[in-house]
Design a protein around this ligand. Structure first.
Ligand code: CA
Length: 238
């Protein structure tokens, strides 16, 4: 292959590794081909237990995980790989059922995409997720934030409530921090998707709802207020 056909990547950018855990070969291959053409290193595993094992060995930068897998389903795989080491997970689901999505996001997936999807859309999601993980905290991000009885250490990404450390997924932490920095402000789902997830197309409103539910479950129902017809806010009204 001539050198000019290779993706142009700055020398300082290490190749990102993505693990695709999906038993449908045509989908897995299409996803892998597209991501490889974008410059990512991609590995494919076709079953749950193999996926968990490969994730521990490969230590990928991101996992694309199918919900319906032989051996061990996607939810269990997600739980097990997050136990080992926090890694961004994008879930693939054939079912657009609310329950699956809520459970999926509750076990530590950062986002989901419903089949059938375009590989272009998937790539955009992958890039947004990786950008978010890479985001270097700016100066205003140092120090501590407080929300009711919750203390947020932005630098160490630790959350404590009445002295107890609360384990949050990376996305839950980013969402909580974003709201806590703007006490009383009502933010729409679109604003949250744009600022926290990095999505500009307004898709995925249910992703926001599911993460808000997860935060309420972990930190108390009144941590985040629903402002009907508008969106969400944390802290007392302005
Ligand atoms: Ca499947």
């Amino acid at each position: 292959m001539p050198a000019t056909a290779l993706p142009v990547t700055p020398a300082s950018t290490p190749t990102r590794t993505i693990l695709v855990i999906e038993d449908e070969v045509t989908i897995a291959e299409a996803v892998a081909a597209r991501l490889r053409s974008e410059g990512y290193a991609v590995e494919i595993v076709g079953d749950g237990p193999g996926g968990v094992e490969m994730c521990a060995r490969l230590r990928p930068d991101l996992v694309i995980l199918d919900l319906m897998l032989p051996g061990l389903d996607g939810l269990e795989v997600c739980k097990q790989i997050q136990r080992e080491r926090p890694v961004p997970v994008l879930m693939l689901t054939a079912r657009d059922s609310e329950t699956d999505l809520v459970v999926g996001l509750a076990v530590g997936a950062d986002d989901y995409i419903t089949k059938p999807f375009s590989t272009r859309e998937l790539t955009a999601r992958v890039q947004a997720l990786l950008r978010r993980v890479d985001r270097v905290p700016d100066r205003g991000d140092s120090g501590a934030l407080h929300l009711r009885d919750i203390d947020i250490d932005v630098e160490t990404r630790k959350v404590t409530q009445s002295e107890d450390e609360i384990h949050l997924t990376p996305t839950e932490f980013d969402l909580l921090t974003f709201l806590a920095k703007r006490p009383g402000r009502v933010l729409t789902r679109e604003q949250l998707l744009g600022e926290v997830w990095g999505y500009r197309d307004g898709s995925g409103a249910r992703t926001v709802d599911s993460h808000v539910r997860a935060l309420r479950r972990k930190l108390g129902a009144d941590t985040i207020r629903t402002v009907h017809g508008v969106g969400y806010a944390a802290g007392d009204p302005e």
